[in-house]
Design a protein around this ligand. Structure first.
Ligand code: FDA
Length: 386
């Protein structure tokens, strides 16, 4: 039976990074036609490969301390250095987010090169269908060809997002098979749905602060035919649970009461609903005028009423009917319980030689290059430990 010292299941961001450090003879297996398919489509084809300001506070996990070790030992600067050594041109788009100038394919080529230099090989269009440990080594049954054995097995099979691209719950299944707990999984970085409520405003975008049971995110808010999206909503969606409200500040970073008083002084003769178009995109004015019952002239509004109105701008509370789900979610929240893993090596505490890295682990980054950074850091941690 062909034997490898290390087999990595999944040729995504985490698996390829791990392969570049796990030593010669490592085999990476993936059922996709090409390696790094999510890297290829990420960041609109330009891959937001890391974030200059990445730190443990940008990650969601049952144990917020778990990611610290790997993130501190393989940092965004280590990855940026690798990118620079390969001569890949890149730029900061916004908020520390680094993108390739040319194509995400540059990152895939770099990882394949690193992995080949390290003596690892890649086998595509092959699914791993079964895994067991005989007390000595791991046995893998494949969709194609003879079964394989290995001493160390790394699960880098990702989460459930975008099933159309081959995402499966395989990694969670393997964890459960070996007795590792798996926390509840749900779609993250995903548009939120509101039935037909906002259909008429589809395409309208404005800067806002969105909060859902977590930090507030100051980024663009986008109205779509299915509900609300844009970076502010995607970020907040990772903190949102079914049945909960989200709070939207439509005029963040300003003293809204003062803004309204100034408007009253300057344009008091205007209808209050017309005034809305001065501070919000005009297409939204009729919606909020109706929602907030705005009638009469602004001059007739007392300071008390203006304070109420300011609060309405700053805390517009809405309840999504749901999310667009794994079909469009960028990531899967939850996963292999970090309590069961060694934070330095990613090895299962109770199952020597079995490692979990990347998105399959219960560590999820914010939007902005953080998820790839987790893939690089956790992949490096396992690879160098093997
Ligand atoms: P990943 O999903 O990349 O790889 C898992 C691999 O395992 C896949 O290749 C799959 O085919 C394979 N596999 C699964 N089951 C298998 C089995 N049974 N047998 C064999 N192979 C199997 N993040 C970021 O930081 N910046 C960004 O710009 C973006 N952009 C972005 C856009 C879109 C559209 C999506 C969907 C996601 C992003 N992300 C992102 C998130 C990022 O892509 C994601 O967090 C990482 O790809 C996770 O890397 P992994 O290696 O853990 O899994």
């Amino acid at each position: 039976m062909p034997h490898h010292p290390t087999i990595i299941i999944g040729a995504g961001a985490a698996g390829l990074m791990c392969a570049a450090h796990a030593g010669p003879g490592t085999l990476v297996i993936d059922h996709a036609k090409a390696a790094g398919e999510k890297i290829r489509i990420s960041g609109g084809g330009r891959c937001n490969f890391t974030n200059m300001y990445a730190g443990p506070e940008n990650f969601i996990s049952g144990n917020p301390h778990f990611a610290k070790s790997a993130l501190a030992r393989y940092t965004q600067w280590d990855f940026i250095d690798l990118v620079a050594r390969h001569g890949i041109p890149y730029h900061e788009k916004t908020l520390g987010q680094l993108f390739c100038d040319t194509s995400a394919k540059d990152i895939i080529a770099m990882l394949l090169d690193e992995m080949a230099k390290a003596g690892a090989t890649l086998r595509l269009q092959t699914s791993v269908t079964e895994v067991y440990h005989d007390g000595n080594q791991y046995h893998l049954t494949l969709s194609e060809g003879a079964p394989l054995t290995c001493d160390q097995l790394v699960i880098a099979s990702g989460g459930k997002s975008i099933p159309k691209m081959g995402a499966t719950g395989f990694g969670y299944q393997i964890a459960s098979q070996f007795g590792l707990p798996v926390t509840e999984t749900r779609p993250g970085l995903v548009p939120l749905t509101f039935g037909d409520t906002f259909k008429a405003y589809s395409g309208v975008s404005l800067p806002a602060r969105v909060t859902a049971n977590g930090p507030g995110f100051d980024e663009a808010l986008l109205f779509t035919h299915r509900g609300l999206s844009g970076p502010a909503i995607l970020q907040a969606s990772s903190y949102w649970h079914e049945g909960e409200d989200i709070s939207i500040n439509l005029l963040p970073n300003q003293d809204v009461f003062q803004t309204l008083r100034d408007l009253r002084a300057r344009a008091g003769a205007k209808n209050a609903s017309t005034m809305l178009a001065e501070v919000l995109p005009s297409r939204l004015a009729p919606y909020f005028a109706e929602q907030w019952g705005l009638t009469g002239n602004l001059a007739d509004y007392s300071d008390v009423r203006l304070r109420e109105l300011a609060e309405q701008f700053q805390n517009w509370t809405v309840r999504p009917t749901g999310s667009e789900g794994y079909r469009t979610a960028e990531v899967t929240l939850g996963g292999v319980d970090t309590d069961a893993l060694n934070a330095r090596t990613m090895e299962a505490k109770a199952q020597p030689g079995l490692y979990f890295i990347g998105e399959v682990v219960d560590v999820t980054g914010w939007l902005g290059g953080f998820n790839f950074q987790w893939a690089w850091s956790s992949g490096w941690a396992a690879g160098t430990a093997i």
